[in-house]
Design a protein around this ligand. Structure first.
Ligand code: ADP
Ligand code: MG
Length: 751
């Protein structure tokens, strides 16, 4: 379609922003609005109000103060004036000329120097004057005005978008195809697509402003619902298609049940029993299982997975377990061997990781290939090497957030005839409604109960200055035969040859990656958005040039030669090679190391019940999910455990919230909820790597209720559609679904 104002050059610029069609442009919604229906007059304004003021530029100046440059602008209205101030805004210098009309929007503050009022860092826009075209005037003055994020350079400004979108809407008046069935819209009292699009861009007079800002108008809700509906519909179909595929119908005879019972070293919790029953019930179906086992740290996922694997083994199939790190794979391997010692069948268990030497790998692959190995435990080596299973029946993937979705599916494509069952385990507590909607292609089992006999972990926050007390405490615990972890955000301090950069604006996240397969190209990439916490895929990068940031290597040295002298202090971090890591971890597990100084490599899954103290230095730098995972490393035995969060002097507001939450609660789901709101869904779910689609208008945290609604409606449409839905409407929905999934959710579609 031809859009006025969009020539080939502009089209190219838009494409760079992912906008390829007129429709894409229409779904690029304003990120905020300005209420210029009632611009305020300066004589009635009071400090504390947030208001829109339209006035005349009187003068401007760039002031160089000792701390930073300040840009000041005076906006006048008759005899009144408003002073606007922007910090560090050298770029504004020379932008304004006296006499121009300007709209400013912000909070009104009292001004000390004069009786004038002041606005700090207001939003502003130079307005057209009377000589400008009528269209511009119409769009920007005397109405609720949409404000867009720039689509590039000085050209595709908010104003440009306003005009182009306005014209576009004019030109397609009455011909915008509806994308949802009419009866559905009627039932939900949602506006048509065309009026929704018109109204999100150019809200009619009287639209409640707060509702607009919160993306909560009927127009917004309709567009958000539409997007989520197509996501859920796709998941629904995918699930249905899976039910048509050929899987393995395992049988559970008394003999199998006995085999499961004989390996149990303890009474399973009710939650473990329920989860196992759900898994086994899936495994008995002739269709492939796709199930997510979700359980907080320490909830006992391992034994459930092992029992499921036993079902496969008892049926004469092989089972594979893939862990994200060598440490974890080894730990699972040792645990499996120990548990299956009690098994009368004595299956052969093998470990396949990247660090084995070539001969060993080849030998192990041979065992797997010939079916001599029944239980295969490993890392990415399981999918990266030329592993060919003899009769693979069940795949368990541990900590799915550490794997790309694609990889998850690669493993499943290996077998020859029927598809194996897949069980994904995650310790990330995803709020149930979200998990159900986002992993709609997986069935969900939740371990919502901890094994008995755990005493709550005492969590304390300690300021840096008092760390001597912490070391005394660690020493006392070790004297009582306990062990401790001390965790640092970085491996080593800044090297002298690295530039000194100022990262004080945001919170660096330099914790390290635990996955040996994380691509090297991602190293050094970092989130720089202000106020965002360390992400779920922390990167192994050296510290930004901050000399006061303690590191694992340095503190290992300092502690063993100082406050912890005489204790056996070990060091673990991601730059050690796999063998070295393994040696350290085993020595810690055997109690040959008292105190383990580490980075976040120990974050996931390591199980040493005798460890009772988790000290985290620079705790304010860690994300909530990370802190929770770290704390989960202790409190795994009967002894009382402690989590000590040592914090520096400057902690951001978000940092405070995270630390307070850690002290307040141990409930993983509660922490996850908070984490979601603090970080937003993209970072919470680890963005693309978790296979999460990127949304155009929806925000799955904010729009959780609409997500639920969309899920219900999608299921209804797929299974029991309303009788009033016409053939043409159905065809349009399917066509749109196909397009949406190919274009937007390509990643999820794999498999
Ligand atoms: P996670 O869910 O974090 O993987 P694990 O499977 O590692 O948890 O279990 C944590 C600890 O709890 C392990 O030491 C395990 O042996 C123990 N455990 C698991 N289930 C039970 C149970 N039902 N009763 C007692 N201890 C249990
Ligand atoms: Mg585990």
């Amino acid at each position: 379609m031809y859009v006025r104002g969009v020539g080939p050059r502009v089209a190219e610029m838009l494409a760079a922003k992912g906008i390829h069609t007129a429709e894409d442009l229409l779904y690029h919604l304003p990120f905020r609005y300005e209420d210029r229906q009632n611009p305020r007059s300066l004589d009635e304004l009071k400090p504390g109000e947030t208001a829109s003021v339209i006035g005349e530029v009187r003068g401007s100046a760039l002031l160089r103060t000792r701390r930073m440059p300040l840009f000041e602008l005076t906006v006048g209205q008759g005899r009144h004036a408003l002073k606007c101030v922007w910090f560090n805004a050298t770029y504004l210098n020379g932008k304004f000329q006296a006499g121009q009309t300007i709209a400013v929007y912000g909070k009104v503050e009292p001004s000390r120097s004069s009786s004038n009022l002041k606005m700090i860092q207001p939003q502003f826009e130079l307005l057209p004057d009377a000589s400008d075209d009528a269209e511009t005037l119409l769009l920007e003055v005397g109405r609720i005005t949409p404000v867009y994020e720039s689509l590039g350079g000085a050209r595709l400004t908010s104003r440009w978008q306003r005009k182009v979108i306005f014209r576009l809407l004019e030109s397609i008046k009455g011909v915008v195809p509806e994308s949802l069935p009419r009866v559905l819209l009627a039932r939900l009292s949602m506006p048509s697509r065309e009026s929704a699009l018109r109204e999100v861009h150019f809200p009619p007079e009287g639209t409640p402003f707060a509702q607009l800002q919160a993306s909560g108008t009927p127009a917004h809700r309709r567009l958000i619902f539409e997007e989520l509906f197509y996501l859920e519909l796709g998941l629904e179909l995918k699930r249905r298609r899976m039910k048509e595929r050929k899987g393995i119908a395992f049988v559970t005879t008394d003999k199998v049940r006995e085999a499961l019972r004989e390996v149990l070293p303890f009474h399973p919790t009710t939650a473990q029993k329920r989860a196992l029953a759900e898994i086994v019930s899936d495994m008995r179906q002739p269709t492939p299982m796709r199930r997510l086992l979700q359980g907080d740290v320490g909830s006992g996922k391992t034994i459930v997975a092992l029992q499921a694997m036993l079902v496969a083994l008892e049926n004469g199939y092989q089972a594979a377990l893939m862990a994200p790190t060598e440490i974890l794979a080894t730990q699972h391997y040792l645990a499996a061997r120990k548990l299956l010692e009690r098994s009368s069948r004595k299956p052969r268990i093998v470990l396949l990781t990247g660090s084995l030497d070539e001969d060993r790998k080849r030998y192990t692959r041979g065992q797997i290939n010939r079916g001599e190995a029944q239980l295969v435990i490993g890392t990415h080596a399981l999918i990266e090497e030329k592993v060919e299973f003899d009769r693979l029946g069940l795949v368990v993937v541990d900590e799915q957030h550490r794997f790309g979705v694609m990889q998850r599916f690669k493993l499943m494509k290996k077998p020859s005839d029927a598809e194996p069952d897949v069980l994904v385990m995650t310790a990330t507590p995803i709020p149930r409604t979200l998990a159900l909607s986002l992993y709609g292609d997986l069935d969900l089992s939740v371990l919502d109960e901890l094994p008995p006999g755990r005493t709550p972990i005492v969590t304390r926050r300690v300021p840096e200055e008092r760390s001597a007390d912490v070391w005394d405490f660690v020493r006392k615990q070790v004297e009582q035969g306990r062990q401790a972890y001390i965790v640092y955000p970085v491996i080593e301090g800044a090297k002298a040859d690295q530039p000194e950069l100022d990262f004080s604006q945001d919170e660096p996240c330099n914790a390290e990656a635990t996955s040996p397969a994380s691509p090297p190209s991602s190293a050094g990439k970092r989130t720089s958005r202000k106020g965002k916490s360390a992400n779920l895929f922390p990167l192994e990068a050296p510290a930004p040039g901050k000399s006061n940031l303690k590191s694992a290597v340095e503190m290992h040295h300092a502690l063993r030669n100082g406050p912890l002298a005489g204790l056996r202090v070990g060091l673990l971090h991601g730059r050690l090679d796999a063998d070295e890591k393994d040696v350290v971890m085993r020595r810690f597990q055997r109690g040959e190391i008292d105190v383990l100084v580490s980075t976040t490599v120990i974050e996931v899954g390591v199980d040493v019940p005798n460890a009772t103290v988790m000290v985290v230095e620079h705790a304010e730098r860690f994300g909530l999910a990370q802190l929770h995972q770290l704390r989960g490393r202790v409190g795994r035995g009967a002894a009382k455990s402690y989590c000590i969060l040592i914090t520096g002097k400057r902690v951001s507001e978000v940092g405070e919230e995270r630390l307070n939450a850690m002290v307040r609660t141990q409930d993983g789901f509660e922490l996850a909820e908070l984490d979601l709101t603090l970080r937003g869904p993209g970072e919470f779910f680890g963005t693309r790597q978790a296979g999460l689609p990127e949304f155009r208008v929806a925000n799955i945290v904010r729009d959780r209720q609409l997500l639920e609604l969309a899920k219900q409606e999608a299921a209804r449409f797929a299974h029991h559609p309303d009788a009033e839905i016409t053939e043409a409407e159905r065809a349009r929905v399917w066509a749109r679904l196909k397009e949406a999934w190919q274009r937007r959710y390509g990643l999820v579609e794999a498999g």
